[in-house]
Design a binder for this molecule. Sequence first.
Ligand code: XMP
Length: 532
Amino acid sequence: MAHNGNDQATQKVLVLDFGAQYGQLIARRVRDLNVYSEIVACDTPAEEIAAMKPAALILSGGPASVYAEDAPSVDPGIFELGVPVLGFCYGHQIMAVTLGGEVAHSEVGEYGPATLACDNGSALFAGTPLEQTVWMSHRDAVDRVPEGFHVIGRTDVCPVAAMECPERKLYSTQFHPEVRHTEYGNQILSNFLFGICGLSRDWTMDNLVEQKVAEIREKVGDDRVILALSGGVDSSVVAALGARAIGRQMTCVFINHGLLRKGEPEQVEEVFTKQFDVDFVHVHAEERYAKLLDGVTDPEQKRRIIGTQFWEEFFAVAQELDGVKYLAQGTIYPDIIESGARKTGGKASTIKSHHNLIPFPEGVHFDLIEPLDHFFKDEVRALGLALGLPEHIVFRQPFPGPGLAIRIIGAVSPEKLEILKNADAIVREELDAYNQRLFEETGDRNSEHSCWQYFAVLPDIKSVGVMGDERTYQRPVILRAVESSDAMTADWAKLPYDVLARISGRIVAEVPGVNRVAYDITSKPPATIEWE
Ligand code: XMP
């Protein structure tokens, strides 16, 4: 794959990835310092690396022992390219053994915080104290540095916690500067990038907007582009970029399946007709979806019906438009890293099918444009803000493609949809306000108790209640609110009682057909976030 998402002479730091997850975290940290960084497989040949013209290399940590059979290795040629290299943990050890030093099994491993005594004559530790807390996670340790290197940091258990060969700009640490628990990790990384490599901070959102706009214009020329706009963050950012780059040469097709949250279709239409100048097509498919879903109770079948119909609706519009050459997609960098379809390399590239495989009908083909394919999610959000997208889109919660259909347990009906939309609107209003209060108190959007995702679920039961003097037999609504960072695991949010009471009180008072509210107090695992 050509690693040229941001050619135009942006400096690039390549992270050679020795183990799942490590590389991503380092690339994130480098980008947070406004330097572009990309992940490549640890065993990428030196010529290929040279061809990518990196300004610096970082060797990541990894779970293996350098002496293990199948231990990931590195092309020794990378140390001869004249490019500065920084290694962490496994990367520190691999640098040592590759260049003629020695790594030994230590008697005691070192896990967690440790006190580093460092030589602050080294440019790597500039501006940091002689003693500092670092995060360790290793059993093996370097016990002899390669020729030309010297030790610049030690801990009680680790005699070579950091080493350098400044003449060749080679540095490495046994500890992990990329984790937050390493007190001066950011400073150490900055020292390497700016002090040692002399890089500048050019990965900024304003630069990127200009760069992406220029790239889209150049690629598209006078041709037309089509985009399936869902109202989610990624496709909305692509639409906003497209609007800036090529305006009405881009057609944004918004398929309204009637399963979005209350007010959402109107908001999407408002933003992409009034605020951004694109060719906006609103497909009112609500009735077709209602018919297809009538009586369907199995969640997988609901998903299949909704997904298949989506592409039918989309291609029906696409085929009516003349001269469309490109299909724009909101694929983001983690999709690519995790995808087997287009590997960037790295041991993190476990095989998982590309989430965005498109079922083109017979005889139909478009070239793809994926302007976000080098961005992490929070960078996509920052880009969205820089483009002027409203916060309700930029900070939108994850929302399943099949929408409310999978939050209605059992068959979907207009009556149930109405109840769920109204109850869900109350949940969102109250918990948006709760999150906002936390944000104002802490200045942190992801503060400890803020809710990450919250919504209402409508189970397929009724229960007895009493309203005034009347017995009722109506539906319960279930409140789901979780704290999470990536949806892989989640905990139920410990919401204050007054917030819960207000949500419950408002739902039974304001939503006809509901006489009870329950709160789901299950974590993931064993439950999932959605009910389906
Ligand atoms: P579960 O229910 O598996 O959900 O814990 C994990 C996260 O994924 C979201 N989700 C989806 N997102 N398309 C999406 O884009 C889908 O079909 C889909 N299904 C679940 C869910 O909301 C949660 O954040």
